[in-house]
Ligand binder design. Sequence first.
Ligand code: A2P
Length: 334
Amino acid sequence: MSEKSIAIVGATGAVGLEFISVLEKLNLPIKNLKLLASKRSAGKTLKFKQTGIPVEETTRESFKNVDIALFSAGSSISRLYAEDVKNSGCVMIDNSSAFRMDADVPLVIPEINPQDALKHNGIIANPNCSTIIMLMAVYPIHKKYPVKRIVLSTYQAASGAGWEAMEELRKASIAYLNDQPFQQTIMPHPYAFNLFSHNSKMLENGYNEEEMKTFKESRKILHDDNISITATCVRVPIFRAHSEAVNMEFHNEAPSVEECKTLLDEFPGIKVIDDRKNNHFPMPNEASGNYDCLVGRIRKDESLPSKAINLFVCGDQLLKGAALNAVQIAKLLV
Ligand code: A2P
């Protein structure tokens, strides 16, 4: 592996900070690490491997002599700098939704379609967090037993809306427990001890954008335009791990529960937690900070027993749903 010069755009954000820690843990061969954010953060210092690195303001010149730029500062920032990144001969690994559905931009989950990463034209997109976590649980089974249709229900954490949303949940919870009024500014509805339909844009068809992403992105990642997905995405008052109930209907006969467990157990990045006796199944607090996605509640769908199964998956939104997946993509390039 050759040493690379890496930049992080959005280094001070919730995903950005995880980029730093995952780069350290996966031990990528790094020649130089540049930490970039907005003008507001210039001058702050962040630690990488015990060394303080000053945060710099992102400019059009930031990508000179950089090999790989990890972006997580929102779609508009990714769009703003995409040409500068490409013109510098640098590869952008973008956590935003800006380019995910562009035909010449690979959308990659390294455990599923690593070969796509090598066909890039300067940009590789990191999929939507709910899509990554769902497909990590679906793909090991789908690979052997093709799935026809998925019914998905998500229970999504605050971290998907960034650091400020996590902070707002913390403050709103304290206010709620103290019977104090609290004015939400980031989330559209009271968040502490409540849940609401995902706060992405509502579309003409009555789905929100997050729900349609799970459908469109899955087809692109799996290279399968026959798979159908219908999703209901909900925001729950959890800090950083998404949970998802997945019903999978197969083209042919459904595999047994035991076979599903074996396929999942053997898959990298998955840990099966399915202890019926002790009622111990995946939980967001056990998925938080965990590099693995946790899968359990694996059972035949009694309404369609020969054709469908149910399972439940929890994954850390900031890690496998964002920073870990992006750094794994970077690893494919070094
Ligand atoms: P800053 O901290 O300087 O505002 P999160 O998703 O957790 O809300 O984080 C968003 C990240 O995007 C932060 O690191 C933030 O930096 C960064 N960011 C926001 N605006 C810009 C910008 N104009 N240029 C570069 N980075 C930006």
